[in-house]
Write a protein that binds this ligand. Structure first.
Ligand code: GLU
Length: 424
């Protein structure tokens, strides 16, 4: 068992240990079969590759990349690839495990996978990024594929990166294989609504939670940490639902205006200046302060481990919707639960992305494409049903929403393992 002590190494929380700890907590509560618990505590497969890339100045640089398959019992591996200077194998293992639970919570037929490359895309040219992506995709060729493992965008990767992976895979096969990745551009087999799906799914569950708690969305105040794909689109959709966006941030810092700000104007400002910071009429705040601002809805939409036992007690929001993966530690979860703050856990709150990835994959396999209205309606149904399934478990067992979502997910994966049995 991983204890809170062990999750910290040199003062830094190791999210792989957090992920294992979250599983251990639920395994005990569910009285999970010991053997199945052991299977699920480790990834099935971990792939590490060091590969060279020719840089613009003619030099050769060696990069390290990972792809982890956590569990493939319910279907092929599914999960994003992130490009970030601080990617580690442990981080990718945690993210792969969370994908297993995420796919199970929303009931889509996938197992959990994740990938990452240690690099800083902000310091690379487009050509270097393409070369890195194509070489990494070639290295992955044996373990990815539409029936094996289907990557998607994650932190600092986007539809263009997916297009390069799809093309590299297809060139090696000798024919176009659209279903090898999701989150592609529309022109090459992407799905309507995929780009907005993470944020849209998140907003659907926020609306359900607000309704359950008697919070009126019209006029509800919102703070969002992270203004990338998930954060900025969530801001837009929440504003459309009548909420007031009072604070947002990105990697360079945050902005606050209790009177509310227009999310589209913030996007325009960020496009011009490179950051949300300096937006007219706002006061500058830090990425730590934004979490403690008085508001109704807090959306962590950046990186992991930002809500810990140090700041959880100071959070004033009534709903926390985890658009990011792993923003809250187990110790913080306990504090938030005691303070009656409803946490919509990552494996539920941001599952809209992978859900529309599933729709994209299904459309690719059939070569039959749906209208955006159809995609959004199907997404809405899955998100609302999943929210209520999790809420029901949470009420029945008097557990927080994360534990309830885990009970649902781990239960589904365990059932699948039992049905398939152990080979040979
Ligand atoms: N990277 C996203 C996530 O963490 C999407 C994964 C996918 O669409 O496969 O859920």
């Amino acid at each position: 068992m991983v204890t809170a002590e062990k999750t910290k190494e040199k003062g830094k929380t190791n999210i792989w240990h957090v992920a294992q700890q979250q599983l251990d907590i639920v395994a005990e509560k569910m009285n999970l079969d010991r053997g199945i618990h052991e299977i699920l505590r480790q990834p099935k497969r971990e792939f590490t590759v060091n590969f060279p890339v020719k840089m613009r100045d003619g030099s050769i640089k060696v990069f390290t990349g990972y792809r982890v398959h956590h569990n493939l019992t319910r279907g092929p591996g599914k999960g994003g690839i992130r490009y970030h200077p601080e990617v580690t194998l442990d981080e990718v293992k945690a993210l792969a495990m969370w994908m297993t639970w995420k796919c199970a919570v929303v009931g889509i037929p996938y197992g959990g996978a994740k990938g990452g490359v240690v690099c800083n895309p902000k310091e690379m040219t487009l050509g270097e990024l393409e070369a890195l992506t194509r070489r990494f995709a070639s290295e992955l060729i044996l373990i990815i594929g539409p029936e094996k493992d289907i990557p998607a965008p994650d932190v600092y990767t986007n539809p263009q990166v997916m297009a390069w992976i799809m093309d590299t895979f297809s060139m090696n096969k000798g024919y176009s294989v659209a279903g090898v990745v999701t989150g592609k551009p529309l022109q090459i087999g992407g799905s309507e609504g995929r780009n907005e799906a993470t944020a849209r799914g998140c907003v659907y569950v926020i609306e359900e939670a607000a309704n359950h708690l008697g919070i009126d969305m019209r006029g509800a105040t919102v703070a969002i940490q992270g203004y990338g794909n998930a954060g900025s689109i969530a801001a837009k959709l929440l504003a459309e639902a009548g909420c007031k966006i009072i604070a947002v941030s990105d990697s360079r810092g945050g902005i606050h205006n209790p009177k509310g700000m227009d999310p589209n104007d913030i996007i325009a400002h960020k496009q011009k200046s490179g950051s949300v910071v300096g937006f007219h009429g706002s006061k500058e705040i830090s990425n730590e302060e934004i979490l403690e601002i008085p508001c109704d809805i807090l959306v962590p939409a950046a990186l992991e481990n930002v809500i810990t036992e140090k700041n959880a007690g100071k959070i004033k929001a009534r709903i926390i919707a985890e658009a990011a993966n792993g923003p809250t530690t187990p110790e913080a979860d306990d504090i938030l639960f005691k303070n009656k703050i409803m946490v919509l856990p990552d494996i539920l709150a941001n599952a809209g992305g992978v859900t529309v990835s599933y729709f994209e994959w299904v459309q690719d396999l059939q070569s039959l494409f749906w209208k955006e209205k159809e995609v959004n309606a199907k997404l809405k149904e899955i998100m609302i049903d999943s929210f209520h399934s999790v809420l029901k478990i949470s009420q029945k067992h008097k557990e927080n929403m994360r534990t309830a979502a885990y009970m649902l997910a781990v239960g589904r994966v365990a059932e699948a393992i039992k049905l398939r049995g152990i080979y040979p």
